[in-house]
Ligand binder design. Sequence first.
Ligand code: KG4
Ligand code: ZN
Length: 337
Amino acid sequence: MHSETVNILAIESSCDETSAAVVQNGKVLSNTIATQKVHERYGGVVPELASRAHMQHIVPVVDVALRDAGVAKSDITAVAFTQAPGLIGSLLVGACFAKAFAQALNVPLIAVHHMQAHVLAHFIDDKPEFPFLCLTVSGGHTQIVLCRDHLDMEVLGETIDDAAGEAFDKVAKMLGLPYPGGPLIDKYAAEGDPLRFKFPMSEMKDYEFSFSGIKTSVLYFLQAQRKADPDFAGKNMKDICASVQHTIINMLMSKLKKASKDLGIKHIGIAGGVSANSGLRKAIQDTGEQLGWKVYIPKFEYCTDNAAMIGITGYYKFLKGDFADMTVSPTARATWH
Ligand code: KG4
Ligand code: ZN
């Protein structure tokens, strides 16, 4: 092994995936993800159960990531972990593991912001040109981010209430679908009529979003329809999913178009779990073609939570010498830095 080789072991444990990756000189060698099935029956992530599942998964997941990468523990240069934001119990498991591992190997520790990592997932394969705009849409966040450099980002606007992913998941729950409902809505929507049912689009200022309105309007709509036909949702699943997805995508795209126009930036990316949505991927491609954008869409496995994006971010922080000390602790909410 050359001494200039930088091997980052990355840990992601902010929500319900336990993930570890090895990133060598900015290239992803392995990315192991253990998804926690335990939450399915509860219709959402149960924080206590998530923390316990992380405890059970973390050692085997790291072991597999190291083996897949063919990198020995003794060749790890630094350990990166998700410091914020997320479920505090879940974050603590990853943080404690990362600290212990770094301490044992006597290598530096790197604290990573989960939302910044979602944006930098673009640098796993593509290398977007700066400045670019990133619509980051996940289960907990919906943001338009101006990216000036790898570690120089500014949130231009975000949701004032629910995140886009939350809207997908809550609507899915109302339709009787298991958690996480986003991918299922996507699947049904592909065969449905997006114009069959109309749901209101919230009008927000600047680059702000709001998704609590659509959630409530779907709730009232289903309540009214179910009075006449208790199996209304079952019979109209595809069209309901297509119509809801269409409305959410329109809200996202209208703000993204506004930001691109206002700032004169035509390099545009999407990131986060909801960027796995096929309707949104198509919408950004189509809009990009119409408006002359250069569009960046991460591979599916790098849209939802994964440690590869933590490792990439860790690598850029490593190059800057941006290390955390052993007193670092995770935080559930975190302002952008
Ligand atoms: O980024 P992520 O894995 O975790 C957070 O940081 O929150 O995002 C998870 C969210 C969930 O709300 C999930 O339903 C949504 O992403 N999601 C989707 C799709 N795949 C995942 N939403 C719509 N369509 C999909 N294909
Ligand atoms: Zn995420």
